[in-house]
Design a protein around this ligand. Sequence first.
Ligand code: HEC
Length: 290
Amino acid sequence: MKKSSAWWIRIPVIFFIVLGLTEYFIDSGPLPAIMTYLEVGYFMLFILLLLIGIELIINSIENVMFHTLSEEAQERYLLAQKKAWEWPWAKDMMRKLWGTKPMAEEGEIILDHNYDGIQELDNKLPPWWTYLFYATIIFAVVYLARYHIFNGENQIEEYEQEVAEAQIAIEAYKKTAKDLVDANTVELLTDAADIKAGEAIFQANCVACHMSDGGGGIGPNLTDDYWILGGGIKNVFHTVSEGGRAGKGMIAWKQSLKPQEIAQVSSYVLSLHGITPANPKAPEGDLWKE
Ligand code: HEC
C-alpha cells in the first residue's frame, strides 16, 4: 500500500480544515468560536483523538498485512515506503533554488589551482539570491518612480492625514457619546431640552435638601452668588459628581447619575441663578465671579 503523505501532515491538515469549517459556520461574534463556546473546544479535541485513532488503526492493519507478505514483497514494500516519504516536488525546488551541483559533478566546476591540497569550486551564485537581487531592482524602480517622479506621499504626510482623519472620527464619536463629559470638559448646557431634563433630575433627587426652587434647606442656597465649593459649571459638575465635604450630607451622585445627567442637572442648577426663592437660605461660602 502506497501512502501519498505522512501522518504528521495528514492529521494537522484535516484538523485545521475541520477547525476552519467550524469557525466559518458558527457565528460567535468578534471572538473565535473555539474561545466562545466550550463545546467547540471539546468537539475539536474529539476530532483530534479520532484522527489519531484512525491513524493508529491504519498503522496496525498495515503491520498485520506486512507480516503476511513474502520476504521479497516485504522488501519491495519497504522500498516503496521509503520513496513515499520523499517529497520530489520540494526536493526539486530546493535543488533549483540553491543551484548546487551534486558531489559527483563537482569535477566540472573545480578551479585548477591547488594550494597545499586546498582547492576551490567555481559555484554559481545561488539562484534564490539572484532572484532576490532582481526583485530589489524592480522594487527600486517602482519606488523611485512612485516617490521621486510622481511625488507619492511621504510618511510625514501620511501620518498627518491619518491624524486628521482620526480627529474627525473622535469628533463624530463624541457627538454620539455624550457621557464622555467630565468636570474638565463639561460645558454649560443651554438647550431647553437639557435644562428640562436637568429639572426633572433635580426634582427627583435634590429637592429634599435644596428645595424645589433651590432656596436651600439642609443643603445650601443654590440661587445666590456664594458658593462653598466653587461656582461655574466645572465646579458644580465636580461637586455633584464627587459630593461635598465629608459628613455634610451631599453624596457623590456619580454613583447613580450618568455624566450626561450630571451635566444636565448642573446646568439646571446654574440656570436658577438670580431667581428669588420662597425661603432663601442665607449665603454660605465665597462670592463667585466667573
Ligand atoms: C441629603 C441632602 C442633599 C441632597 C439630596 C442633595 N444635596 Fe447638594 N448639598 C447638600 C449639602 C449638605 C451641601 C453642602 C456640602 C458641603 O458643605 O460640603 C450640598 C452642596 C451642593 C452643591 C454645592 C453648593 C456650594 O455652595 O458649593 C451643589 C451644586 C449641590 N449640592 C447640588 C445638588 C444636586 C444637583 C443634587 C441632586 C442631584 C443635590 N445637591 C442633592 C445636601 C444635599
